[in-house]
Design a protein around this ligand. Structure first.
Ligand code: PLP
Length: 390
């Protein structure tokens, strides 16, 4: 059994989650439950593959090997029923970069780009930063989970050129069902919209939930989409910058991959290839154990909230390790809540407003990808903070 309870000291490794605290918050005595990576060891089979590559003394330009492509294609087939070949795939050095490339390659300045909020902040920033027009369709909360508001989505889709979808959805790891994805595909096909399906959290779908890859739900979905996948979240190797884009449609693929190759922006580094190959070739058992651990962390959070923080409303993950907490019932302003979390609780969560504006000013995203002892400590600090308010 892998020991996910083991605390790992990450300070001093230049990791964003721990080492950016002083510069961002002016103090470093904070428990960081924000940046979306995990505080678990990356798997030994990945570390060993990287060490082994270092045994050779030349780190020159490197290409993805047949072994890399076989590991990727067999993972996609085994887990998501995506039958593909390396010709339909392109290495991408990171999914945020991949989405930026898709915007630049496949849309024009001024074009309307649709997202559903709250959502991972780069989905909002990339269209704005590339002078596209951002169109937001707010999600609803139904039975404690996010859901599309299809009346709104369909109305907003008119005139849009691209829909950027988080599947599963960040924040809160909502798994989109087949009918939801089919409806998205129909609406997007009718409106001539390219769908970018960001499936970086797919591998972390917590059983019995099941990830459905967007392109597999219908012919419409297959022909109007780019799908991004990666081992980064799955195996806690985000620092390697290693992901893949799958495009089934010939014409769309030629446009996008042609742009990537001409611009020279989608090459990979030696360790990205070695790490991803080792992860996909050897990762099933490690991943199964890690998901069991994460499921227990989600259960721990749920129990804690019910027993000790009953006024906090939550959306719990069906995939991944991110949960959405709404502190609205405490009646505190955004400024007061943010200040108390940092200076009283000394816990860093992600600010809800960055996921879609003022509407989410009482909401925060918490990262559960850590040893349970750290999760407990973070929640107890938050409990103490809000109880001080009574
Ligand atoms: C939905 C989503 N897409 C992309 C990323 C980041 O991907 P990358 O590190 O490959 O740019 C994240 C990280 O949190 C994410 O949640």
């Amino acid at each position: 059994m892998i020991d996910f309870d083991e605390p790992i000291e990450r300070r001093g490794t230049d990791c964003f989650k721990w080492d950016a605290l002083s510069s961002m918050y002016g103090r470093d005595d904070l428990l960081p439950m924000w940046v979306a990576d995990m505080d678990f060891r990356s798997p030994d089979f990945v570390l060993d593959a990287i060490k082994q590559r270092c045994d050779h003394p030349v780190l020159g330009y490197t290409m993805p090997s047949e072994r890399y492509w076989n590991a990727v294609t067999s993972w996609l087939k085994r887990r998501y029923e995506i039958e593909t070949t390396k010709e339909q795939l392109h290495f991408i050095p990171g999914i945020v970069a991949g989405i930026a490339y898709a915007l630049l390659a496949l849309t024009q300045p001024g074009d309307k780009v649709l997202v559903t909020t709250p959502v991972y902040p780069p989905f909002l920033n990339l269209p704005k930063g590339s002078e596209r027009t951002l169109v937001c369709s707010p999600l609803k909360i139904e039975n404690g989970r996010f859901a599309f508001d299809f009346d709104d989505f369909e109305r907003k889709a008119k005139g849009c050129k691209m829909f950027i979808m988080s599947n599963p959805h960040n924040p809160a790891g909502t798994v989109w069902g087949r009918e939801v994805l089919q409806r998205v595909a129909d609406i997007c096909q009718r409106n001539n919209i390219i769908v970018v399906s960001d499936e970086i959290h797919a591998d972390l779908t917590l059983p019995p939930h099941k990830h459905i890859s967007y392109s597999t739900v219908s012919d419409a979905a297959k022909t109007n989409s780019l799908t991004f996948m990666a081992p980064s979240k799955t195996f806690n190797i985000a620092g390697l910058g290693s992901s893949t884009c799958y495009v089934a449609d010939d014409a769309l693929r030629k446009r996008f991959f042609g742009w990537l190759d001409t611009m020279g922006v989608a090459g990979g580094n030696i360790f990205a290839f070695a790490g991803a190959e080792a992860a996909f070739a050897n990762g099933e058992e490690w991943l199964a154990q890690m998901l069991d651990y994460l499921k227990e962390n989600v259960r721990f959070l749920d129990d804690f909230l019910k027993e000790r923080l009953p006024l906090v409303k939550s959306v719990l993950p069906e995939a991944s390790y991110l949960a959405w907490l709404d502190f609205g019932a405490y009646g505190m302003s955004h400024k007061k809540l943010s200040d108390k979390l940092i200076n009283e609780a000394r816990v860093v969560l992600n600010d809800g407003t960055t996921f879609g504006g003022e509407k989410y000013e009482c909401c925060f995203r918490i990262n559960l990808g850590c040893p349970r002892s750290m999760l407990k400590e973070g929640l107890e600090r938050i409990e103490k903070m809000v109880n001080g308010e009574k």
